[in-house]
Design a binder for this molecule. Sequence first.
Ligand code: NAG
Ligand code: NAG
Ligand code: NAG
Length: 643
Amino acid sequence: MYLLLFFPLLVLPALSVLHEERRSIPSSYARSLDPPAPDTPLPSPLRFFLQQSNVHLGPSALLNVSSPSSPFFRKHWTKKQVDAFFAPEPKRAEAVERWLASQGIPQGKIRRSRSGGSVDVHGLSVSEAQSLLNTSYSVYTHQERGTTHLGCTEYHLPEEVAEHVDFVYPTLQFDGHAHKQGVTIPLSARESAMRISGQEPKEKKRGKVGLGVPGSGSLPKQGEQLSTDQLNGGISVCGEFIVPECLQELYNYPAPNLSAPSYPSEHLGIVEYTPQSYLPNDLEMFFGYYLSPGVGERPTLYSIDGGYPQDEYLGFEYQGESSLDLEYAMALSWPEIPMLYQVGDLSGSASFGNFLNALDGSYCGENDPSVDETFPNSYWPYPEDCGTVPQATVISTSYNYNEFDLPVSYMERQCHEYLKLGLEGITVVFSSGDYGVGGNMGMCMDDTTGAMFTPSFPSTCPWVLSVGATQIPYGTTTPFTTPEVACEDVIVSGGGFSNVFSRPGYQDDQVAGWSDNYGPVGLGYDYNTDSMRGYPDISANGAGYVVAADGEFLLLYGTSASAPVIASMLAKINSELASQGNAPIGFINSVIYANPDRVHDIISGSNPGCGTKGFSTTPGWDPVTGMGTLNFEKLLEFYMALG
Ligand SMILES: *[C@@H]1O[C@H](CO)[C@@H](O)[C@H](O)[C@H]1NC(C)=O
Ligand SMILES: *[C@@H]1O[C@H](CO)[C@@H](O)[C@H](O)[C@H]1NC(C)=O
Ligand SMILES: *[C@@H]1O[C@H](CO)[C@@H](O)[C@H](O)[C@H]1NC(C)=O
C-alpha cells in the first residue's frame, strides 16, 4: 500500500498550475498569426518576482510611527531594520533556483537580485522560456506605432515554485503606456507617458501674460513673455501672478534670511527625469529678481543612471518643469541648498523604479522593465545605480502616471516601497495631476456604463503625500482677506479615488464625513468608490508662477508647482527639528488629517474633467484640494511643542 501510494508520486513530473492569465489584450494591440521563431532571443531576462515578507504588516507598522496619538510617533526605523523586516526569505529564491537547475538551466545564466527579491534567467530563447512556463508566446503589433511586443496570455509554474513567486516578466505585461493615445512629446514613448504636470491645452485666461503648453500631443504653445517692469512688484503682484513672496504671505511662511551664508543640506530633494533639466542661466535670471544672494548658487546634483542637466534640448518642454521646481525650492529653502536627483540619460526612458533603486539598494531588482529603464542601455553603458545616493528627508516629484496605464503589480510593489521610506522617516511628496477627475491629457477610462474618472499614480498610493492646486481668486489684492479657491485657471486640481488602493485608516473620518455630508449623490456618472484611497491630501497654489525658463520669464501653472512648495515648507520644519536634535516629520498624512486647524480649508471651486463637473470643494476634506492649504506657522508650532 505504502509503495503504491508514494512511489508513483516520486517519478511523476512536477504538477504545473496556472499562475496568471489575462482575458483580453489592450485594444491598441493586434496579435500576429505567425508565432515567433523558437530561437528568437527573449528581449530581456526572464524575471521571477518573489513574494516579499511581512507586506501585510507594513501599514500598521507605518501608522505606529506616524500617528500623533501613538507612543511611537516619529520613532522611525533604521534602514537596516526596514530591510530586514521586509526582505524576502532566502528559501524563495532558493526554490526557484533549484527548479531552474532541475530544468537544465546552467548556473551561469541565473542571477539573484541584490535584495533577494527577484531571480533573473539570462540568455533564454523563446522556446526555452515557453517550456519553462508551459506557455506560448505571441507577437503583438501596436496598431498606431507599429512596434512589436512579445507576450502571452497565461503561464504555468510547478506548485512548489508557484508559492514563492508573485509574477514573471515578460509574460502578460504590455507596455504600461500603450493606451496613451495622441501623445507625441519628443523622445521615447515612455518619456511622453510620464508627462510633466503643468502642461495643458487650454488657453490661459489670466492677465495678458501666460503660457499654454502641450496637450494632446501638440507642441508647446508659449504665451507672451513678462516684461521686466512686471517683475519687481513685491507682494503687490500676487493678485496677478505668483512670486516667492506671495507664498510667504499665503502660508505664513518666513522670509529667507538673505544675510545668512548658504549651505547644502539633505532636508529637501527634488526629482527630475532627463531630458527635463535646468539651465544655470535661468537660475541667475530668476535669482536676480527674487533671491539676490542665490546668484551663482546651484542645487546639489546627484546624478542617477547617467542623469545630468542637459543643455542639448532647449525650450519650454525641456526646461519648464525643472526651472519651476528648482527656482521655487531654492527660494523657499534659502539659506539651505536643496538636493537635485537628476534621473536617467538622454533616452528619457528612466522612471520611478530607477530613482527608487538609487535611493534604496533593497529595491534593486524590483523594476518592471515594461515601465522602468534597464541599464546599461545604448546611452549609458553602466549598471543601474543601486543605493548610491543619500536620502533627503523630504522628496518631491512632479511627474505622474494614469493609474490605469500601469500594471497593478508594479504599483503595489512601488507603493510598498514608499511605505518603507515612510518608516525610515522620509516624507514622499507627489503632485496630484492637472486635469481634475480626468487623467493626463484629460484622458478618461472607458467603461461600459459611461465616463469613468482616471486617478493618478503615485497619488493614489496611501503612503505618499498627494498635493493638489489652489489659486488666488481674481481681483484679490494684498493683504489677502479672501481665502484661496481650487485652481481652475489653465489647470484643474487632480483628485478623486483610486481603483487599486483601499482607503487608509488615517483618512477614514474625513472621507466618511465628506461622503455622508457631500457625497456625490446624483452626479449622474460613475466614479470609483469612496471606500478607496481618496486624494489629494493637501494643496498649494498652482496658478501663474513667474519662472525663468530657457531665457524667458513666463507664467507656469500646475500641481507641479504645488508639490515642491509643500515639500520646501515641510523640509523647513525638518530643518528646525534637526537643529534641536529632534526626529523629522516622516510620513505626515496622519498628522494633517488629525489637525484640520493647522490648514486653511478651501471651500470654493471644483475639479471638472471627463465631460463632468467633477467634485466640488466642501468644508473639511474633499477630493479637489484635500484638507486645504498649509498654515506653516501653526504646523511648525505643533512639531516644536512636541520636540
Ligand atoms: C501545460 O499546460 C496545459 C494547459 O495549458 C496543461 O494541460 C498541461 O498539463 C501542462 N503541462 C504540464 C507539464 O504541467
Ligand atoms: C509599535 O512599535 C513598537 C516599537 O517598535 C512595538 O513594540 C509595538 O508592538 C508596535 N505596535 C504596533 C501596533 O505595531
Ligand atoms: C541671519 O543670518 C545672520 C548670519 O548667519 C545671523 O547673524 C542673523 O541672526 C540671522 N537673522 C535672523 C533674523 O535669523
